[in-house]
Design a protein around this ligand. Structure first.
Ligand SMILES: C[S@@+](CC[C@H](N)C(=O)[O-])C[C@H]1O[C@@H](n2cnc3c(N)ncnc32)[C@H](O)[C@@H]1O
Length: 260
């Protein structure tokens, strides 16, 4: 579907096929709405913020400028995680819209998911998405900073997870200003991975072995060109028995699975 068609199906609350079969019958107020949406799009606003929703693994999720727009690469991360995670406890670090956490809770029947984020507004969005998909009672939301050692150590006290999963911010700081206009409308804290892009990846790899039960795994998305560094960081812990890298649909290394 073209962007115009997506906007039209949203305004008319119809399916793409209805556009072709019935032709367009916009009321004057719908025409005005279409024009306003197009103007916002031309100003570089992501389409998903304009519509207030997006599709993630077949689930409609609410999104807004306080959260990253879920990406197809992250569907790949969850798809891969679903092959290994069949139940138990999962922890999603940097949950944003809750896309990963809600999808796990939705597709894995016997599981509990903790979703954490530093952004209180993102957690509100994640909670709303959990409600929307009826998985609220199997989810816990934690407001915290994963770069704060005290926070992590507190979480460690009694937690043993079957899966730790994350799509952390992984773009090197100096690349942020070179990103396309619509990406720059997304929250900088959701993108900024520090000087080399690996700031949060280092933290997650350092602490995750203490959070996992034996045989459980860390699954993490990372950026283009970061695979070797990410793999090395995991190897350096000498705690993971297996480290695997998976490619995205474009054939680029994108996801690591590290088994304790
Ligand atoms: C790349 S976004 C991923 C969001 C979502 N999981 C997804 O896949 O679309 C990273 C998330 O990490 C959160 N974040 C950034 N710094 C953080 C920190 N220090 N502690 C916890 N979460 C943080 C951001 O607010 C953002 O929601």
């Amino acid at each position: 579907m073209s962007e115009d068609e997506i906007i039209l199906t949203h305004i008319l609350q119809c399916r793409a096929i209805d556009l072709a079969v019935d032709g367009l019958a916009l009321t004057p107020s719908q025409e005005e709405q279409f024009r306003r949406y197009k103007c916002r799009r031309l100003a570089g606003e992501p389409l998903q913020y304009i519509l207030g929703c997006c599709d993630f693994m077949g689930l409609e999720l609410g999104v807004n400028p306080t959260v990253l727009v879920p990406r197809p690469e992250t569907e790949q991360l969850v798809d891969t995680a679903l092959k290994y995670f069949k139940g138990g406890a999962a922890l999603d670090l940097g949950t944003g819209s809750g896309n990963i956490a809600v999808a796990l809770a939705k597709f894995v029947e016997h599981c509990e998911v903790i979703a954490m984020d530093k952004s209180a507004q993102a957690l509100d969005t994640a909670r709303a998405n959990a409600k929307r998909h009826g998985v609220m009672q199997r989810m816990t939301f934690i407001h915290g900073d994963m770069s704060n050692e005290k926070f992590i150590l507190n979480l460690l006290k009694d937690a043993k997870f079957d899966l730790v999963i994350s799509n952390p911010p992984y773009i090197p700081t100096e690349q942020l200003s070179t990103l396309p206009q619509d990406v720059r409308k997304e929250p900088p804290a959701a993108l900024d991975g520090g000087r080399d892009g690996l700031k949060f990846i280092r933290i997650i790899i350092k602490y995750t072995p203490c959070l996992l039960r034996k045989g459980a795994c860390l699954m993490m998305e990372f950026g283009d060109g970061q695979a070797e560094a990410v793999k090395q960081l995991a190897q350096d812990t000498r705690l993971f028995s297996t480290i695997e890298i998976f490619k995205d649909l474009a054939g680029r290394d994108r996801v690591m699975r590290a088994v304790l």
